[in-house]
Design a protein around this ligand. Structure first.
Ligand SMILES: Nc1nc2c(ncn2[C@@H]2O[C@H](COP(=O)(O)OP(=O)(O)OP(=O)(O)O)[C@@H](O)[C@H]2O)c(=O)[nH]1
Ligand SMILES: [Mg+2]
Length: 295
């Protein structure tokens, strides 16, 4: 069992995030609609309420990305959950180019609804402007490239790829603002910090690869289904994360100098396998867990 208290509180709020948040406030008057992008593996955990406070008087829609990384059942539970909550939530898997057409229609529809709500009667004389916001690495820039059908923004499997705002114009006239991902300034719960790091939203070195490996081992102890055993050809479940890392080092032939297993390399491989979906479809949060947290 992991004692989370012994893990340090995780904080990753470099200067560029503070600047990004300030620049969003400065641009607020120009923006008609905000799209809050979150990760399907933990849609509520990957929200930044403080960032979204900036848009409290604007129309906002939530886009859940990376639906390919969770099971169909979990996806269905989240869809049902948001329907009941009456929230504007759209789900997408960025590797399916077709998925973008209904989202674009949804954006246009949301924009028209917002104008109606505000009582606007005259035609719009300037293009609608949409800010794409959220925590790092959720797929904001990837979404923009999909919508524009070209490589206009920089993307990558690391947090903090986008460092400055960038406007991108779509064929339908809409202007999208790509923005740097912004993390909450401080995460009080160490377990949540580890989860956000596993989702690639915080740099690994802050928690440390071994701590992340320990958390992955803990997750599997609590999971009956076991792709981990198959992937690493394990005969029995490792008693602790060090045993797991040793087994991975042997499986991948990761040795330091002579015969000593390279546990750090093994931890890096484990984290990579998890993120690339090689250990199965992994959701870190479900609607049921939210209910439990409330009680
Ligand atoms: N599996 C999967 N990967 C995705 C999806 N959308 C984006 N990605 C990947 O997620 C990683 C991060 O994507 P980005 O678009 O750079 O994320 P971002 O939100 O702009 O990140 P920052 O600029 O760091 O804030 C990239 O490796 C993308 O290929 C998706 O729907 N499914
Ligand atoms: Mg980006």
């Amino acid at each position: 069992m992991v004692n989370f208290e012994r893990f340090n509180k995780i904080t990753w709020y470099p200067g560029h995030m503070l600047k990004a948040q300030r620049q969003l406030k400065e641009k607020l008057k120009l923006i008609d609609l905000a799209v809050e992008v979150v990760d399907a593996r933990a849609p509520e955990l990957s929200r930044n309420d403080q960032l979204m406070d900036i848009f409290q008087h604007k129309a906002t829609i939530t886009l859940v990305t990376k639906t390919d990384l969770i099971s169909k059942d979990l996806l269905k539970s989240w869809q049902d959950y948001y329907k009941k909550e009456n929230r504007h939530v759209f789900f997408i898997n960025s590797s399916q180019k077709k998925a973008v057409t209904p989202f674009l229609s949804f954006l246009e529809y949301s924009f028209k609804e917002e104008r109606k709500r505000r009582g606007a009667t005259t035609p719009m004389i300037r293009p609608p402007r949409v800010a794409i916001v959220g925590v790092p690495n959720v797929g904001k820039s990837t979404l923009i490239n999909l919508l524009v059908a070209g490589k206009r923004t920089q993307t990558g499997p690391r947090p903090g790829v986008t460092r400055s705002q960038q406007w991108v114009k779509l064929k339908n006239g809409m202007e999208l603002l790509d923005t740097p991902g912004v993390m909450v300034p401080s995460i009080n719960n160490p377990e949540k910090g580890l989860q956000l790091t596993l989702l690639g939203m915080i740099k690994d070195k802050i928690a440390g690869e071994e701590a992340l490996a320990e958390y992955i081992h803990y997750m599997w102890v609590h999971n009956s289904d076991d792709p981990l055993m198959k992937r690493y050809e394990l005969k029995e479940f490792p008693k602790n994360y060090l045993e797991l890392l040793e087994a991975i080092a042997k499986r991948y032939k990761l040795f330091k100098g002579g015969a000593e297993p390279d546990l750090r390399q093994a931890a890096t491989s484990l984290i990579q396998d998890l993120r690339q979906g090689k250990l199965g479809k992994i959701g870190l949060q479900s609607p049921e867990m939210l209910v439990d947290e409330e009680h």
